[in-house]
Structures are given as C-alpha cells and as structure tokens.
Design a protein around this ligand. Sequence first.
Ligand SMILES: Nc1ncnc2c1ncn2[C@@H]1O[C@H](COP(=O)(O)OP(=O)(O)OP(=O)(O)O)[C@@H](O)[C@H]1O
Length: 654
Amino acid sequence: MSLSASGLRWENLRYSIPLPKKAAAEARARAAVDPTDSTLEKSETGNVQTSDSGIDAGMRHILRGISGEVRRGEMVAILGASGAGKTTALNALSTRIGKTGELGGTITFDGKPRNPASWKRTVGYVEQDDQLFGLLSVRETIEYAASLRLPAKLFSEADKQARVDTTIKSLRLEKAQHTRIGTPGARGVSGGERKRTSIAVELVSDVSLLMLDEPTSGLDAFAAANAIELLKNISRERQIAVLMTIHQPSFAVLSLFDKISLLARGAVYYNGPPHIAEAWFESLGYGTPKGVSPPDHYITMAEAFEKTPEAEARVLGLLSAWAERGEAFVASYEKDYPASSSIDGHSPSNTIDAKRDVEQHAGAERDQASWPTPWHKELAILTHRVWLQLIRDKSVLFAGIGQTVALCIFIGFAYFRLGNSQSDVLARVGALFIVPVNAAFAVTFATYAPFPLERSIIIRERSGGQYRTTSAYLAKMLVTLPSTVVSTIVYYIVIYWMIGFRAGAGPFFIWIGITQLQVLSAIGQGFAIGCAVPSITLAGVLAPLVNVVAMLFGSSLLPLSSIPPWFIWLHWISPLSYSFAALAQNEFGGDRTFECSAGAAQCYRTGADVLAQYDLQRFGIGACAGFLVLLSSAYFILGYIGLRFGGHPRFRYA
Ligand SMILES: Nc1ncnc2c1ncn2[C@@H]1O[C@H](COP(=O)(O)OP(=O)(O)OP(=O)(O)O)[C@@H](O)[C@H]1O
C-alpha cells in the first residue's frame, strides 16, 4: 500500500480482550476437539486471518492486524456487518479504547505518533448518540463550542462569530439555527439537524481529523446522503481527514467516499476506492448480483449467515485473498484507470479565509498543549450556559413553586400555630425535625437529577480538551447555590410563621441561617451523588438510602445512647444531627416555659427540659453551623473528585 505522511495512518492494528475464565475454558475445550477452531494464521502482510470466532489462549481477538489511512482532504469509511470491529477500530484510532485489552500496531498522524499533549485538540469525535443540551438552540450550541474551543489568543469575538456563521452555512443549518435542540418533553430540531449540530460542534474548532461513529444511524436515506455529502465538501474545503464507521450505506452514499475499508471478524477484506471494490470482488467470483445493492452485497457476503461450510469457506477466502494480493490489485487498477476525482492538487476553497486559517492553525499547533480559554473566561462562559438552561427549564420553576405551595399547605397546616401545651411541645420537636428532612430529600433529588446527562456532555467536551473540570464544576455550583437558596427561602419564611416558632428577629434569622445550611448540605449531597454515579437509576437508589440513613441516625428517632457503637459515626456525619440540634436550641433555648397540667405524670416545664431529654446540647448553635459547613464542603469535594476522575475522558495511546 502506498501511504503518504499526511493524515492518519494505522498499520497492523490489533486489539484483544481477556475472556472471562469460563468462556476461556470452553474455548480451550473446543480447540482440543477441533484444533482448527482457534488457529490464527498470520499472512505475509501481517494481517491475521482466522477460521473461528476469534478466541485464542484466553483472549478474544477483536482487531487482527488491520491497516489503512485517511489523508487530509479525504473521507474514508469503515464498513462491516454488526460485530465486525468497526467501532473498536475507530475507538482504537481515536484513543477511546478500553484499558483492559491488549492493543498493538502502529498509529501515526502526519507521520508522527499521536501526541498526547495535542491530540485531543487535533481530532474531533462525533459520537453515535448526540449528547447536546436540549434547551439551547442550534446556534447557541455552536457558539458555546466556538467560545470554549477556539483559542482566545488567536480569535477575537468577531472571528469566533464569523467561524460560527461559516460552520452553520457549511452544514446547512441556517434555517434551524434558532430552533432549540429539543428535550424529551419538547420537540426540537430534526434528527438530521441534530446530527449536523453535533458535527458542527466539532468542526467549529481547528480540528485536522474528524472521526464519526455511525453518523447516519437513525437518519432517513435523504438526510444520511445529505450529511455525508456535506462532510465530503468540508473535508475538501478545509483539508480535514474524515474517518467514520457507517452501517449499510446506500450505493450513492458509498460512492461519496474516497476509500472504504471493509472489515469482517476484525480483519480487512477490502481497502480502497469504492469504485474498485466491484472489480476486486468480481475477480474473486463474488460480483454483485443484479438487483442487489453493492454495499449490502459486500457486507453480507463476508458474514457466514447461512452457517454452512461453504459460507465459512467464502468468508475465509475473502479474508485471505485480500491479505495475499488485495493491495497489489487496487494499486494496479488505480494505475490502469486513474480516478477522475482525485483529491491530489485540490486546494482549499475560500469558504474560510484560507491564508489566515493556515496561519492560525500553525499558531494553534504551537499552543495546543495549553487550554484554549483562560480559566476565568471558561468559568464565565460555562456559568452563563448553566444559567440559561436553568431559566429556560420551566418545569423546574413550576415544580419548585408547586412544591413550596404544597409543603406550606401540608406541613404548615399540620403544625399550624402551635401553642405551649405538652402535646404542642412534642409537635414542635417533630416540626423541627421534619422541615430539615424535607429539605434534604427535595433538594438532593432536584440537584442530582440533571447530572447524568450533563456528565456525559462534560466528558465529551473534555475529550476535546475544551475546559478544566474546576470551571465546569464551579459554574454548576455558582448557578445551583443561589437559585436553590432563593427557591427554598420562601418556604422557610412562611412555614416559620405558620407553625408559630419562637417569636423575635434573632431566632428567626438563626432559623433561616441553619435551614439554609441544611439546604447547602443537601445540594452538596446532590452534587456528590450526581457526579459520582453515572446513571440516574443508580442515583435514584443511592440518594434515598443516604437520606434515610442520615435521617435515622441524625434524629430523635434513635437517641444517641441507643445507637450501636459501630454505627455511631453515622450520627456524626449526618447533617441532620447538627441542623436538628441547632434548630432545637434556637426554639427551646432561653427561658422558655410550657404549660403543665396538675397531676401530669411527666412534663416538659422548660425548653431546657426538652433539650436535656433529647440530648441536643452537645454543641452550641455556632458549632453546629460550623459542622454543617464542614459536611457540605466534604460533599462538594467528593462531587468534584467524582467528576474529575469518574467523568474524566480516558485516552489510550498505546
Ligand atoms: N470490551 C469488550 N468486551 C467484550 N467484547 C467486546 C468489547 N469490545 C468489543 N467487543 C466485541 O467485539 C466485537 C466487535 O465490536 P464492535 O463494537 O467493534 O463491532 P461493530 O462492528 O462496531 O458492530 P456494530 O455495527 O453492531 O456496532 C463484538 O462482537 C463485540 O461484542
């Protein structure tokens, strides 16, 4: 194969994963019965062909020595049946491959090994699922990407806007640019527009290589052809190398690629221009029958769907024929029939100011190891984006108002205007506990709910080296903290007067202060759970568990003296222990007295009696507030660690 130094090139790429013990033992047993079952035969070119499902010596071989290249200005597709290894190949090339498997072979970009310092800003990766914020418009989505990805040193605000306009135009998103992406509850742009927005988010920056995992999946034939045609134009105009996996393209779409790489069982059985594929397969006696779509034929004939010895022989024949003489065939065909639409000599169009672009690109190469935007600017951009989504999410606003009204009605009227009788003393203790418990539940749940989606978007964006975790995390905190305080404070003010807690400005402000610290710890819990747990289902299991345990060990339900010694630490790490104690001291402190009817067996005559009975004076109100701040900080730190390491994009270069 004649390989140029420009663009991405891979040689003898291999990837194997260890099998679970049981599967490995079964494979060994099968191999003992039929030695051909797991024999790997290496061809002269290093490509590996196999007669089995790819199991050998406790390893499953998913990629077996594949080679290929995509040059700048070219568009190449990796094709194959389901399970052929397309996604694994793309993942290995883009560094998104798992750490558990063994990776071998050589991968270079522009003739050099991929440089970890600059790679993530060299390559744009479009995932199969479009992870975008549904409440932002197409244009806003691309603008945020431009603001975060284009180096501030090289692009003024006007330059960035110009780049956004160009990108919108080149992806034909003009009409949809002001439409929101859409959420499950509110329809937005079409599937094709959504996909083109995902592509635009990558292309708005100076990437030299664009990788796409099945960009046409879920699109109709017209939208699919449209997207691929646009990508082809962009690869030409901007001299970007475009590599994608694609599932069952139409013949028209197939013809748009400069090269296709056909995979079966993790090995290549054709790699070259699409128009030569037919000649190659014809030379093997497998030309496309009349009335059958060539891409469908190329893919299905390399799968032994029929499960017959003939089908198996056909697949193996295709694999070994390519390994033996495929590249020579393509080279001689290209020599005899040079393609009319060769990309050689193609120069970038004026769509983007080419000269300035080249200069900027050179600057960007030098600067790629550093972050594109200063930290404070990153923080401002990300905070603005979180804020915009918050104010647009009317469901959160209405749910918050509805919740406040409902809680005021139920809790407020259940404990309405408590007096000084003995039963009212007990009711006051109950109210002092239930109000912070309610904050813990309602706030924690509302806080962690959006995290799983945001986390996957943050991973995608951080994979492109767009910003630091600290700025993303702090931006979320800067919006969540004040908005939650504002939305909960009304409830605490109203409920205080409805229940009839101790009158006076001092007790009132202490009440507000402590309940807000309880809210702070609940937000912290929401951050910790949302950032550390990747799925909403898991978070939904964990959050109630954490809250119920905190409630059990941090309340009067289980007096301190009754808690088993090995669980006592749960009392000290429960925020409710401190908020309940502080609120009780606020309510029952001073010289408060209660009615006690003559002849009553037991009475709380003073507030001090209540505090002594429930053992609520170990720490003063100030110390309790301090512990609440400490616990909240610990939760926020846990959340940061969860996002920093759990939500960290993983790159594997070797
Ligand atoms: N980490 C892994 N552990 C176990 N098996 C794996 C792993 N990664 C890939 N495989 C297996 O390797 C084979 C190739 O997977 P891959 O996802 O690359 O296929 P594909 O060609 O992209 O298929 P599809 O079109 O269905 O997405 C599949 O059989 C898959 O089950």
